[in-house]
Design a protein around this ligand. Structure first.
Ligand code: ZN
Length: 242
C-alpha cells in the first residue's frame, strides 16, 4: 500500500494530462448509495427492481411510481463533496487534470470546483418540462407532490438523467474517448468496470499509467499499471494537498 501510494504520488507529479473516470464509488463516500446495489429494501418497498423503474418506458408508463422511487432513492441535494472530489478539483486547478468523466448524476464534482466534467449519465440537478422545455431545480422536483409538473404549461417534468433504454447524450462518449486517448495518465476509480460504458472506456487509453482505485477487484486489474484496493478519499488524501 505504501509503495503504491508513493508511485501514484510520483506519477501525478510527473503528469500534465490526467483524465479521471469515476463510478458510483466516488459518490458513496459522500453518503450517496449505489442505487443498483441490492440491499433488500427495494424488494420490500418497491414492486420492481431499480433497473426497471429507472427506465425510459417505465417513466412514460408510470411516472408517479417512477418519481416515488426517484425522489426516495436518487436525490441527495444536501450531499457534500468528499476528498476524492476535492482532490480532483485541486488537480484541475493545478493544470494537471484535464477532465473528469463520471457516471454519477449528483453534480458533486462541480460542487467541489471541477469545471471540465462530462456527466455521461446526466444530472439530477437539471430538469426540464417535457412539453415547453422550462427548466426546474432539483429542489422544485423534490418539493412537488407525486409527479412534478410545469407551473407554466402543466407538462410533466423529466430529469436530465440518462435512463435505462436511453442513449447517452450526443457527443459525450466521443469527447470522453478523445480525452482518454490523449491522456498521459488515466485514473479509474469507484467502479467495478463491469457495466457499460465504463468497461469499454479503459480500452481507449494508450499510455502506460492506467491506475485503478476500487475497494474490490475488477476484471481489468491485470491490465492496469497500478491497482489500489482502498477508499478513494483515503488514497487521494495521501497524494494531493487539498
Ligand atoms: Zn412546461
Amino acid at each position: 500500500m505504501g509503495d503504491a501510494i508513493e508511485t501514484l504520488r510520483t506519477w501525478i507529479a510527473e503528469s500534465g494530462n490526467i483524465v479521471f473516470f469515476g463510478g458510483a464509488g466516488v459518490s458513496t463516500e459522500s453518503g450517496i448509495p449505489d442505487f443498483r446495489s441490492v440491499d433488500g429494501l427495494y424488494n420490500q418497498k418497491y414492486d420492481e427492481p431499480p433497473e426497471e423503474i429507472i427506465s425510459h418506458s417505465y417513466f412514460l408508463r408510470s411516472p408517479e411510481k417512477f418519481y416515488r422511487f426517484y425522489k426516495d432513492k436518487m436525490l441527495y441535494p444536501d450531499a457534500e463533496p468528499n476528498d476524492c472530489h476535492k482532490a480532483l478539483a485541486a488537480l484541475e486547478r493545478q493544470g494537471k487534470l484535464k477532465a473528469v468523466l463520471t457516471q454519477n448524476i449528483d453534480g458533486l464534482h462541480q460542487k467541489a470546483g471541477s469545471r471540465n466534467v462530462i456527466e455521461l449519465h446526466g444530472s439530477t440537478l437539471r430538469n426540464y418540462c417535457m412539453n415547453c422545455g422550462k427548466s426546474f431545480t432539483v429542489e422544485e422536483v423534490l418539493r412537488s407532490e407525486g409527479i412534478p409538473r410545469c407551473d407554466k404549461c402543466g407538462g410533466i417534468i423529466k430529469p436530465d438523467v440518462v435512463l435505462y433504454e436511453e442513449s447517452l447524450h450526443d457527443g459525450d462518449m466521443e469527447a470522453a474517448v478523445r480525452l482518454i486517448a490523449k491522456a498521459d495518465m488515466f485514473i479509474v476509480g469507484g467502479t467495478s468496470l463491469t457495466v457499460y460504458p465504463a468497461a469499454g472506456l479503459v480500452n481507449y487509453y494508450r499510455g502506460s499509467r492506467l491506475v485503478l482505485i476500487n475497494k474490490s477487484v475488477t476484471p481489468y486489474d491485470a491490465e492496469a499499471d497500478l491497482v489500489i484496493h482502498d477508499s478513494l478519499g483515503k488514497v487521494f488524501r495521501q497524494c494531493v494537498s487539498l
